[in-house]
Ligand binder design. Structure first.
Ligand SMILES: Nc1ncnc2c1ncn2[C@@H]1O[C@H](COP(=O)(O)OP(=O)(O)OP(=O)(O)O)[C@@H](O)[C@H]1O
Ligand code: SF4
Ligand SMILES: [Mg+2]
Length: 342
């Protein structure tokens, strides 16, 4: 294991610390969508964000990018990018980071391309929106980006309906990379694609990552994708981090009952990447309502290992592998090593 995967190595490009985000709902209640979410992204690394629907994956990305909808608010925590706290910046200063340092492929975005604009023109508009350059320079940049994502130049003047799903997702990747960010958030970038095309898009992301030294935060329901792509995994449940660590350890020695259940319910991790039906199978029960959270551990109503303490006391994070120093943290009362507050 490299130093880069050791906690506190101090080399992080992005560090989220104790991030807490709430949504004000129409019925005047407050949904705490994230609580105390901390993780690091190191340069050139891929971090997987995984968990059932509604666990806070998209909210995590939107909080970090400071793109929450108007009823959402970050109520605590910090987000450091190269050591600068993004949450302390004015919106104007934040604009210097958004898209240029870190960019996002939004969930479902490939279906939101403008149907009446040519793909090349849409990419050029994305460039001109964030970068000061003349049209000719932007046009050259469009050609570079198309080449980077494997769209033949001859297809630059086509419209979205002339593109397949995979090609549209390539165009979205090109747009996200328009201003050469160091960090790319990809929110379920392959979910709507068939399995062969999924594999191609992931391969493309890997190639681009290698070429550009890009760090990627990949949101996915697919544990097979995490296994293939990620150095580090953040397993989320009910807006909190249940387990966080090197992908190898989280896969081979999962410690949190929720992670164990996710891995057990996953069809078969050893199947080849083009096998069908790779989404999470369901775990009995449903995730908690975020405006009426249960006391104690949020997973306790569904947990097969639940103890009396679980329904009363919220488990803190512990380092599992303090001896080896390899990153592996779990929030569960079954682990009773000394709690950490990093
Ligand atoms: N604009 C909003 N207003 C109110 N609640 C919201 C809003 N956006 C998200 N939420 C709530 O916050 C929680 C986390 O949602 P989020 O979209 O982050 O989940 P997710 O893990 O990305 O799920 P999925 O896998 O379905 O995309 C959910 O309970 C969701 O209902
Ligand atoms: S703290 Fe208790 S309920 Fe929560 S995951 Fe651990 S054993 Fe299960
Ligand atoms: Mg989402």
């Amino acid at each position: 294991m490299t130093d880069a995967l050791r906690p506190g190595s101090g080399q992080a490009l992005l560090s989220a610390r104790h991030l807490t985000t709430e949504f004000h709902l129409a019925d005047k209640t407050v949904a705490r969508a994230l609580e105390d979410v901390s993780f690091d992204v190191l340069p050139g690394q891929t971090v997987g964000l995984v968990g059932e629907s509604g666990c806070g994956k998209t909210t995590t990305l939107m909080s970090v990018m400071r793109l929450l909808p108007s009823n959402g608010r970050i109520t605590a925590g910090n987000v450091y990018f190269n050591g600068n706290d993004l949450l302390a910046l004015s919106e104007r200063d934040m604009r210097a980071h958004r898209w240029k340092d870190m960019a996002i492929i939004f969930q479902g975005a490939m279906n939101a391309l403008n149907p009446v604009l040519r793909i090349g023109d849409q990419i050029r508009e994305a460039i001109l929106l964030h970068d000061l350059m003349d049209r000719a320079a932007a046009d050259r940049r469009v050609d570079e980006l198309l080449e980077l994502v494997g769209i033949p130049r001859g297809r630059r003047d086509q419209y979205p309906h002339q593109y397949s799903g995979g090609m549209r997702q390539r165009a979205m990747i090109a747009m996200a990379l328009a201003c050469s960010p160091d960090l790319l958030f990809a929110d379920e970038p392959t979910t709507a694609l068939d399995v062969m095309i999924q594999a191609q898009v992931l391969e493309l992301l890997k190639e681009i990552q290698k070429k550009l030294g890009l760090a990627i935060v990949l949101v996915t329901h697919d544990l097979g994708v995490v296994a293939e792509m990620c150095d580090t995994v953040v397993v989320m449940y009910g807006g909190k981090v249940a387990e966080y660590g090197s992908a190898e350890l989280v896969y081979n020695q999962p410690q949190h009952p929720y992670t164990q259940r996710l891995l057990e319910s996953f069809p078969d991790l050893n199947r080849p990447p083009d096998s069908a039906n790779r989404d999470l199978a369901t775990i009995p029960g449903t995730p908690p309502r975020l405006n009426a959270l249960p006391p104690g551990c949020r997973f306790s109503p569904r947990c097969h290992m639940s103890m009396d303490v679980c329904a009363q006391v919220t488990p803190g994070k512990v380092n599992v592998s303090t001896g080896s120093g390899v990153l592996h943290q779990v929030a569960c009362h079954l682990l009773n090593e000394q709690e950490i507050n990093k």
